[in-house]
Design a protein around this ligand. Structure first.
Ligand SMILES: *[C@@H]1O[C@H](CO)[C@@H](O)[C@H](O)[C@H]1NC(C)=O
Ligand SMILES: *[C@@H]1O[C@H](CO)[C@@H](O)[C@H](O)[C@H]1NC(C)=O
Ligand SMILES: *[C@@H]1O[C@H](CO)[C@@H](O)[C@H](O)[C@H]1NC(C)=O
Ligand SMILES: *[C@@H]1O[C@H](CO)[C@@H](O)[C@H](O)[C@H]1NC(C)=O
Ligand SMILES: *[C@@H]1O[C@H](CO)[C@@H](O)[C@H](O)[C@H]1NC(C)=O
Ligand SMILES: *[C@@H]1O[C@H](CO)[C@@H](O)[C@H](O)[C@H]1NC(C)=O
Ligand SMILES: *[C@@H]1O[C@H](CO)[C@@H](O)[C@H](O)[C@H]1NC(C)=O
Ligand SMILES: *[C@@H]1O[C@H](CO)[C@@H](O)[C@H](O)[C@H]1NC(C)=O
Length: 790
């Protein structure tokens, strides 16, 4: 159905095919052969031909631009199938079907048409057409673009161009180019699961309305047109000669993932050669194509030559195909804490960075701390250091690039060479050896005795300046090469928001990142909004801020508060959210006259878990919330729980971060590792906070309350004592609840607030346990201050 619509659309867009120079008629019963003549049907001018062309050890069926010495293939049928064996034939059968007869007797249709075709023709435009008996076009190769667009061939919304494996093999390669419904033309690697994140080139034409088309005119103008026929972007202006007997144009999404516009000089024998009129990505930036080099390798450009190289300690997966990536000889987990010495060290790899995919980010550290921290982390293979920020990275390393002017310092964990020598002798080992071993022992002791220490010195230990963050994008390292698809976020002017909030009249909340005001959007039928004014922001560039907004804007989950738009004018930065008229969970639990019933509270609990799980595992960019508390959980329509304020902590200045985490109110929700000087903050920090909220939901009271008997002051401790004492009923007072469910929920909560982050379950397991799909194991019992509340 959809393809029919598409064809209909094309028939509209291609009225010109009929008015071109008459194409010779290919009549019913004509046949092409791989091994004997004819093996192609040429267009009248002889510039294009349809037929079998050699590929690998066989043939493919397609259309090419005739040239010397080489033809240029512009379309291939069944391009991703194995090559056609010699001896095959293509028949335009007597009953009007285009059929490929293989040597093994197989018959495959090449073009599916209804009604059946009466005539076929190869046009001078490069379009191969089938007509019915009344000369209506019923099939056109232009409607099924592969990697090339010819003059008057359009790319429409939702259509892809796929790059070929190589210039000589038209099979589907590594990249795709999509014309999105929002009008943006974007390129990204074919194997990426979360497409938008890996867009490496875009036309920056999002929100151009529906039915945008990509067009190439006979005068070489290459442009995007909107549905009312207005050009919204000219890639080329098109003032070149329009005589198609002398020059021809084609736009090809090349094997290296770059869209280029070619001009072919035509002679009597076909194309004499070509020049590139326009390229989406400049030659010197070819490494910005994500996926041009395989996993664990990095891309570098030397003059015209692009190479994929392996970092120290890695070998090519296939030395004959460097672009397939690299592998390391050691298994990271088994070799954890391996002996250090001559053969084991962090080797520097200057000016090189990979996609920062690990969400362990340490800030305000020096290079040595960064290096040590990675060395001691079993999963860390690479530490990237820049501007006092340390990004630890795990395998696989992706989208690596070397850029001589990039000040990033990268340290690769290098170990256990059989020969005892590093493979790359240019590499100078850094000295982090003996001193580190001692530190190891100390850190080990610190970890073992940590819980005891924390309860004794919790007020004394320094809070480390780490930030909550996402999987940071390469944009952080080189913002010039990120081109993330525009998402449906509105950009507001400051004046619009002043108007919408009646000059920030009604304050409805305040948090670490700023105050929140109520407002309404006149233009959207008075839609109610919540406007957050960010205060004390880190100095971020406009680009960085917009990238943060895109990360947040791209999260869509029914248990998250949706960001509608933002305003960024100079130092004024505001966020616009949907308005939650039912207030926060804190109000619902602690301030309402009647506590919500047990079943409702359990529903809310699971909804919160789902929202956090989405942030941790399901959204394109993983987000650690870092400030889960009832004040940050808002109640939407029909009292569904929606998490708010995520993705913002990274925007705060470090001192601000420190203030708010130690500030009253949030303090009780913070996981113990926040107070450890070197422990990484992971998603498990949110699991801890969730555990605290879980207890509060069970009892409808705050974690810390003074107007109660002494043993009940710290809710978590009291619940633990009741659980161990077999008196769980006490925690819900007179309320009648399902005791089995209460016990299960408490057990889940106790696992969540485990002192050791690694012992805490993931949010996904929390959900399965709460839903009762698995038996919740008995949580470990204290003696060693297992559940510390700091
Ligand atoms: C193709 O067939 C049509 C209808 O028979 C005829 O009018 C036309 O001249 C033919 N074209 C060529 C180039 O032979
Ligand atoms: C023509 O193709 C051959 C074989 O693929 C290749 O070696 C040669 O460089 C090509 N010549 C031109 C001018 O592209
Ligand atoms: C194309 O074929 C290759 C090899 O058979 C396969 O790995 C790849 O997934 C195919 N791609 C598509 C898009 O079908
Ligand atoms: C097409 O672009 C023109 C000029 O930019 C604009 O006025 C018009 O609204 C656009 N049409 C649609 C349907 O977006
Ligand atoms: C886009 O094209 C479809 C199919 O031709 C049509 O139904 C729809 O109205 C078009 N939309 C716009 C905004 O032009
Ligand atoms: C693109 O070029 C055409 C022809 O020169 C011109 O009419 C049009 O305004 C240009 N469009 C844009 C968006 O610059
Ligand atoms: C990896 O192992 C292979 C064979 O075991 C060996 O030939 C190669 O030198 C090793 N490479 C490194 C970097 O250790
Ligand atoms: C290399 O990095 C510098 C500074 O970060 C940047 O300005 C430049 O555009 C980058 N060059 C390439 C080819 O990416």
């Amino acid at each position: 159905m959809a393809s029919k619509l598409l064809i209909l659309l094309f028939l509209h867009l291609l009225p010109l095919t009929k008015s071109q120079s008459p194409a010779p008629n290919i009549t019913l019963g004509s046949t092409l052969y791989t091994n004997s003549t004819p093996n192609s049907w040429p267009s009248p001018s002889g510039h294009f031909a349809f037929g079998f062309y050699p590929s690998g050890n066989g043939f493919k069926l397609g259309i090419w631009l005739v040239g010397s010495p080489n033809n240029t293939v512009v379309w291939t049928s069944r391009r991703n199938e194995t090559v056609i064996s010699p001896g095959a034939a293509l028949a335009f059968s007597a009953d009007g079907r285009l059929l490929l007869h293989s040597t093994d007797g197989q018959v495959q249709p090449i073009a599916e048409t209804t009604p059946q075709a009466s005539v076929a023709s190869m046009h001078d435009s490069g379009n191969f057409l089938l007509y019915d008996s009344s000369w209506t076009i019923i099939w056109a190769s232009f409607n099924f673009p592969t990697d090339t667009l010819l003059v008057r061939q359009n790319l429409v919304v939702d259509q892809f161009l796929y790059s070929s494996i190589s210039e000589t093999d038209a099979s589907i390669g590594n990249f795709k180019l999509l014309l999105q419904r929002d009008g943006n033309l974007v390129a990204y690697p074919i194997r990426s699961y979360t497409d938008a994140k890996y867009v490496y080139w875009s036309s920056f034409t999002a929100n151009s309305g529906r039915n945008v088309t990509l067009n190439l005119n006979a005068d070489s103008r290459f442009y995007l047109l909107n549905s009312t026929g207005r050009s919204i972007k000219n890639f080329t202006e098109g003032r070149y000669l329009a005589d198609n007997t002398k020059v021809l144009y084609r736009a090809t999404f090349d094997a290296d993932g770059i869209l280029r516009l070619y001009q072919h000089q035509m002679g009597t024998e076909g194309s004499l050669g070509f020049t590139i009129l326009w390229t989406a990505i400049r030659e010197e930036n070819r490494c910005s194509v994500k996926g041009i080099c395989g996993e664990n390798s990095f891309c570098t450009i030397d003059g015209a030559k692009l190479s994929c190289l392996c970092p120290p300690g890695f070998d090519f997966v296939d030395p004959n195909q460097p672009n397939l990536g690299c592998k390391s000889n050691f298994t990271v987990m088994n070799d954890c804490f391996g002996k250090k010495g001559n053969a084991n060290y962090m080797s520097p790899l200057p000016n090189t960075a990979w996609e920062v995919s690990e969400y362990d980010v340490l800030t305000q550290v020096n290079e040595e701390t960064c290096s040590e921290n990675c060395w001691m982390d079993c999963n860390c293979v690479v530490a990237t250091f820049r501007d006092q920020i340390c990004y630890k990275q795990k395998l696989p390393l992706r989208f690596g690039r070397r850029n001589i002017s990039n000040p990033t310092k990268t340290l690769v964990k290098t170990r256990s060479f059989p020969s005892g020598l590093p493979p790359d002798t240019n590499v100078v080992p850094t000295k982090i050896t003996n001193k580190l071993s001692k530190k190891h022992v100390i850190v080990g002791i610190v970890i073992i005795t940590f819980s005891v220490l924390v309860s004794l010195f919790s007020g004394y230990l320094l809070f480390s300046h780490r930030i909550c963050s996402y999987n940071v994008r390469t944009g952080q390292l080189n913002s010039s090469d990120v081109l993330i698809e525009e998402i449906n976020l509105r950009s507001f002017t400051y004046d619009q928001l002043v108007q919408a909030t009646d000059n920030f009249k009604e304050e409805i909340g305040r948090g670490a990142s700023g105050k929140v005001y109520k407002g309404s959007l006149a233009r959207n039928g008075g839609q109610e909004i919540a406007v957050k004014r960010l205060e004390k922001m880190v100095d971020e560039t406009e680009v960085e801020f917009r990238n943060e907004m895109k990360i947040i804007g791209r999260t869509h989950h029914k248990n998250l508060v949706q960001l509608i738009g933002f305003c960024s004018e100079g130092s004024k930065r505001l966020l616009v959210y949907e308005f939650m008229k039912n207030g926060s969970l804190a109000t619902l639990l602690f301030k309402s006259k009647k506590r919500p019933v047990w079943n409702e509270r359990m529903r809310i609990l699971i909804e919160i878990a789902r929202g956090i799980n989405y942030l941790h595992e399901e959204c394109e960019t993983r987000i650690i919330h870092c400030d889960i508390k009832p004040q940050n959980i808002l109640m939407g329509e029909s009292w569904s729980a929606k998490i708010s304020d995520f993705g913002l902590s990274k925007l705060l200045k470090p001192d601000q971060t420190r203030t708010y985490t130690t500030a009253r109110g949030t303090r009780g929700y913070v996981a113990p590792e926040w107070y450890k000087s070197n422990a990484p903050i992971t998603v498990k920090a949110d699991v801890y906070s969730f555990g605290v909220v879980l207890f509060e939901i069970i009892c409808c009271r705050k974690n810390m309350e003074l107007a109660v008997p002494d043993e009940e002051i710290v809710l978590m401790d009291w619940i633990y004592e009741c659980y161990v004492g077999g008196e769980l009923g006490k925690v819900v007072g007179e309320e009648v609840v399902d005791m089995a469910e209460l016990e299960k929920t408490v057990k889940v909560g106790l696992w969540c607030v485990h002192t050791e982050a690694v012992q805490r379950p993931s949010m996904k397991s929390v959900i399965t346990m709460l839903e009762g799909n698995v038996v919740t194991p008995v949580p470990p019992l204290k003696p060693c201050s297992m559940y510390v509340n700091v």
